[in-house]
Design a protein around this ligand. Sequence first.
Ligand SMILES: [Zn+2]
Length: 83
Amino acid sequence: MIGQKRSLEDTVGPAIAPMLEKSFEKIALSIARDNGGTFWCRLCDRGPFTKRGFYLHLIRVHYRDLEYLVEEELKRALEVVRR
Ligand SMILES: [Zn+2]
């Protein structure tokens, strides 16, 4: 949300942040179709993107989808921590 941007670490704590970043990367890669250094979006079939361009595309176009996926991933990650 605009004006409420906090760093990942502030939001989830330093213990979780690296894990969440890994989750984000995993999700991003599962959405991307890697085509020899260029990335195509599986969600809307657009491309090619550079890796950085693809992240920006995800954040701009698929923010809601991503939010949901990261939330699910984070829940799973937290379950592992609690064990
Ligand atoms: Zn897309």
